[in-house]
Design a protein around this ligand. Sequence first.
Ligand code: SF4
Length: 388
Amino acid sequence: MRLVRQFTRAPERRGRVGERFRPEIARAVLAWFRHARRPLPWRASRDPYRIWVAEVLLQQTRVEQAAPYFERFVRRFPDVASLARAPTQQVLKAWEGAGYYARARRLRQAAGILVREHGGALPRTVDALERLPGVGAYTARAIGALAFDLPVVPLDANVLRVAARWAREERDVGRRAVQEELRARLERSIPSGASGAFAEGLMELGELVCRPRRPRCDACPVAFGCRAYRELAAPGRLPRSTRRPARPHVRAAVVALRHGSRWLVQRRPAGGLLGGLWEFPGGKLERGERPVDAARRELREETGVAVGRLAPVGVVRHGYSHFTVELHVFEGRARAMSSPARGRRWATLAEISRLPLPRATGKILGALRARRPRTHGRPPGRTSPGSR
Ligand code: SF4
C-alpha cells in the first residue's frame, strides 16, 4: 500500500526526510549492472589509486574518451609513490590531451600528501578524501563507494537524472537542496554491502539507458518503479533543465617563430588555464584587428621580437569544454636566436612534441610538420594557403 501512495503523492510532499526508493529498484539496478557493465580499464581492479585517477579524469572527460588517457597515465605512474616522485612537467606530459591540467597538478600534489601523511594510501573516509587537493564532494564519494564500499552515492549528472526521474522530481535539480534530498534518498536505498556496484550501476544506467533526451524506457530494468515513466507521457522532459550558456569563441593569432631548425616556445603561467603547458607566442585579436597584425603585435608584446614577413600556416580550431578557439597561425623567421627569458626556449619540433602541450598547440605542431617537406628550400608562405 505504501508504494501505491508513493505514486499518487502530490509533488510537494515528495522527497521528505527518511524516504527511500523501493528495494526492488535497487536490486534491479544491481542485477542489470552485472551483465550490462562495460569492461572499462579502471574497472579491471578495485585499486583505490586507479579509481582515484579515473574519477579525477572523468570529472571533465567523457567515458569513451578517457580510456586511453587513463591507461597512459597509470602506465607511466602506476602508484601513488611514483606519481609523488615525478616532476610536474612529466605529470603534465602524461596528462596531455585530457584537458583541465590543474587536475594533473592537483593529483601530483595530493600524491605527495598521501606519501607524507597517509603512508602512500588513500584514506578510507569521505571527509579525509575531501581534504585532498582536487577531490570534491562528488569524487570523495565516488572513491569511497567504489574503492571502500562506503554507504555513499556520488551524484553526477547521470545519477541525478536517474533519481529525479524515479522520483518524478519536478523542482529544479540545479538547486543544492533538491540534489541533497535525492542523494540522501539514494543513499538510504543502497543494498547492504553493495555501495560500489549500486553507484556504478546508477552511473551506467544513466549513461546507457536513462539518457538525457531520449531515455530508453523500453529497455530499462527499473521502469516498473520509475514515476516519470509510469506517470508522464514524456519521461525525458525531466529533470528540468537549466540551459547551458553557449561556449564563448576566442579568435587568436599565433606566431611559430623559427631560427634554423629551432622554434621559440613558452610555458604558460602555472596557476591559470592550461597552466604549465608549452605553446607558441600569440594572443587574442583585438576588435577589428587583422590576424597577421595581431600576430605581429602579440609577438612583440610577449617576447620583444619584431619580425618581418609572416607567412600564413593556416587556421587551427579546437573546442575546449568552456570555450572554442580559432588560432590563425603564422610562421616567422628570427634573424638570431635571442637568449630566451625564463619560461621560454628554442627547441626543435621533436623536442617540442615531448613537452606537455595544449591540444591546440599539438595541432599547430602537426601543421608545421606537414609543411616541412613542401616548404623545404622555398620562401615560406608560397606553398600553403592561410587565412588572414
Ligand atoms: S524508465 Fe525511463 S525514465 Fe525511468 S529510469 Fe528507466 S529509462 Fe529512465
